[in-house]
Design a protein around this ligand. Sequence first.
Ligand code: C2O
Ligand code: CU
Ligand code: CU
Length: 425
Amino acid sequence: IDRNGVKHFDLNVNKAQHEFFDGILTNTFSISSTYLGPTLLLTNGDNVSLNYTNNLSEEVTMHGHGMHVPANMDGTPHQTIAIGETWSAQYTVNQNACTNWYHPHTHHKTPHHVYQGLAGMIIIEDDESRALDLPNRYGIDDIPVVLQDRFFTADKTALDYSPTQMQISRGYIGDVFITNGAIEPTFEAEAKEIRFRLLNGSNSSVYDLGFSNGKSFKQIGGDNSLLEAPVSMTRLVLSPGERAEIVVDLSNDSGASFTLHEYKNNKTFMTVNVSKNATAVTSLPNTLAELDPIDLSLVTNTRKFNLGMQNMVFTINGKAMDMKRIDEVVPLGDTEIWEVTNMMGMDHNFHIHATHFRVIERNGSAANVLENEKGYKDVVYLKGKESVKLLVKMTDYADATVPYMYHCHFLEHENNAMMGQFTVV
Ligand code: C2O
Ligand code: CU
Ligand code: CU
């Protein structure tokens, strides 16, 4: 913290070597570490300076995914960090408690850079979330869980990022599943409520998550906020870029051992060993957050975003990403509906920078909106031919020249032009 009260985070973007497999060092990229980067713990209202120094031998950018910040602090392809340079994202944290993350957004390089290990979590707390008495002892009962999958070269000394055209379309889903950069790690849990902050940090895998013993859990938060009330579930689907905070009550599971499993690919992410000594009683509140009411009378404009493909290039509204073109100009403070339609048979999702939205309809009906997607979100998952209506509002930061992005967060799709740009004026 400097004399002006600004919290500085010095983050070195490095080449590194990480031990995924016993005794073998794999070449990676990382942020002040050997794979991935540190979790940044922020509080609403903090003045921060995230100082990223590029020690790679290529350009990079660093985007705060889910962060509500001015366009020139967003770390998009327009804020490149030259080799050897430092770029600082400076802003006042201006949003409610949630689990965000940071990752490169380098033009034509995002999936490559994320694959090498450039990503980290950003946890935001606020007075309301602290007053709720949720599990919040970082690393003890409040656990960041970055879920990814990777291919390695045969000798395991490098990560193998070489998707075929088919894998670019259908997903580049590795055969090794990793959690916080470790292969099937074990978490030694206290026998009490544990909060897991799950991030699908994969390039293009949809994860269908559950515990191997069928244990139910409660989702308490989505991408950009706590939910109004906990949602009880036994399985959770997360598409690339999405986050979910879940609480699992282990107070009656002393001595038990089970795994966090991924059912689509039948892989284990991690083992949870529960302590033999029960420690505490359950306290999860029934009301978590108050969200603004959905008021459609405020809507001034509807925009359509059709996800498709032309000549083997992914498109939004028939257009491939162009860094020099502004696709949409959105008035500051207006309430809009963005209708996103997946025209294709394959999965996509849709991410909007700078803001959070509410999902108000899925496939033509409010009744189809999933219970656990009713908070504020910034990524929404669309299976083949699905459509969603989003209530969108851009607030606080206008900039007529520097754009934000919207895109599919399947990174192979994003990198193959399924992305557009908008300014807020
Ligand atoms: Cu997670 Cu435009 O990014
Ligand atoms: Cu983003
Ligand atoms: Cu896509």
